[in-house]
Design a protein around this ligand. Structure first.
Ligand code: NAD
Length: 364
């Protein structure tokens, strides 16, 4: 007989902490369930992290691959035990509807392809776990949400940091008043991009670094304040003016956000230089900062207030963050719960990204 989660919890076999932080202890409830089968769409860098995360997960397995490169797909299929007839090309992807081993898809494609493959997957009756940024525009996000609602499938956006335990602990510290009332936030993320990659093509990326990495600072500002911005002002700029990498987009963006409480956030992102992932919250009686942060591991915090001093790093190694978000999504599929980061969360960010670029005078 399969026990329900409530029965387990009542028996004390699972602590509530174990539920709140998936992956903290072996989840006996999860081990009773049939694993959720994922089709991975796009076999690039992030898909590799995700698949390694699934390998050590409690609720997921890779059951199909979608790729334009058959050789690569066959090599990865052999590694993950995926049968050859569960490898699809982009053209014949819709046949996945008939594959009963696939309950969900993981969309790990360039940004411009997120909407199309989310909608095609929903029409095939598959739940969708989609990489950030959710899409190129808020209009596309809404279409994705509508398609998943119509098909009655779950939609979750891969916001790793919303599942990262040290980040969650820091949010709790700030919200519980450890540094006093928050007055200001700073956040940044960027890197020196390679020439020729899809991220430098507007048609595939949607826009510049805010879509790709600035979104982490935007998310952090919203998570740490618990508020939604009511005013956004931005400046876009390029140092390397004749650099072909910046032919279609700006090099850097700086933007400010004002929240209803009056808190102001000052954020930046770039594709032109090494800008380590960082954020700092300034409170009336102290400061809490995270850096490096937003990475796949090594998340570190420090802070001080009212005579107290904190310093902590999360010792977990990549791909733990991917395991954790995959298990959360699988649990939602298994139990019918709504993911913590649903399509509506991705839509909110795209709405703000559009406002950032509009304020900076950049046409998307
Ligand atoms: P990548 O270039 O490494 O992989 C992209 C994949 O898409 C490749 O397998 C490529 O073959 C395939 N593809 C299909 N059509 C393509 C086309 N027309 N042009 C280029 N590639 C095409 O990219 P990535 O770094 O894995 O990023 C994929 C998505 O994941 C992006 O949306 C990105 O923002 C997101 N991402 C998320 C995180 C995170 O931490 N959550 C980190 C990196 C990337």
């Amino acid at each position: 007989m399969a026990w329900t989660r409530r029965e387990f919890t009542r028996l004390g076999a699972l602590s509530t902490a174990a539920i709140a932080v998936p992956g903290a202890v072996p989840d006996i409830f999860a081990q009773q369930q049939e694993r959720v089968g994922f089709a991975v769409i796009g076999l690039g860098v992030i898909a590799d992290h995700f698949m390694r995360g699934v390998k050590q997960s409690q609720r997921c397995k890779i059951t199909a691959l979608v790729s334009g490169h058959r050789d690569k797909a066959e090599r990865i299929a052999a590694e993950y035990g995926v049968p050859k007839d569960s490898i699809y090309s982009y053209e014949d992807f819709d046949r996945i509807r008939d594959n009963k081993t696939v309950q969900a898809v993981y969309v790990a494609l360039p940004n411009s392809m997120h909407a199309e493959y989310t909608i095609r997957a929903a029409k095939a009756g598959k739940h969708v776990f989609c990489e950030k940024p959710m899409a190129l525009s808020s209009a596309e996000c809404q279409q994705m949400i509508d398609a998943c609602k119509t098909a009655n499938v779950k939609l979750m956006i891969a916001y790793r940091m919303q599942y990262e335990p040290l980040t969650l602990k820091c949010i709790e510290m700030v919200r519980s008043g450890k540094i006093g009332d928050v007055v200001a936030f700073e956040g940044q993320f960027g890197f020196n991009i390679q020439p020729g990659v899809w991220r430098t093509k507007k048609a595939l990326a949607g826009g510049g670094s805010v879509y790709d990495v600035g979104i982490y600072a935007l998310q952090a500002a919203r998570m740490f304040t618990g508020e939604e911005p009511v005013e956004i002002k931005a400046v876009a700029s390029t140092v390397h003016k004749n650099d072909p990498r910046f032919a279609e987009m700006e090099e850097s963006v700086e933007w400010s956000m004002r929240f209803p409480s009056g808190v102001v956030a000052s954020c930046a992102s770039t594709y032109g230089g090494q800008m380590e992932g960082f954020m700092r919250v300034h409170g009336v009686s102290g400061t809490l900062e995270m850096g490096p942060t937003y990475g796949y591991d090594g998340v570190t915090m420090r802070g001080r207030a009212k005579g107290e001093h904190w310093e902590e790093s999360n010792p977990e190694k990549d791909p733990k963050q991917f395991e954790r978000e995959a298990d959360h999504f699988a649990e939602c599929v298994q139990t019918g719960r709504t993911p913590k980061t649903p399509g509506e969360e991705g839509l909110r960010d795209l709405t703000y990204i559009e406002k950032i670029y509009e304020s900076a005078g950049v046409k998307l």
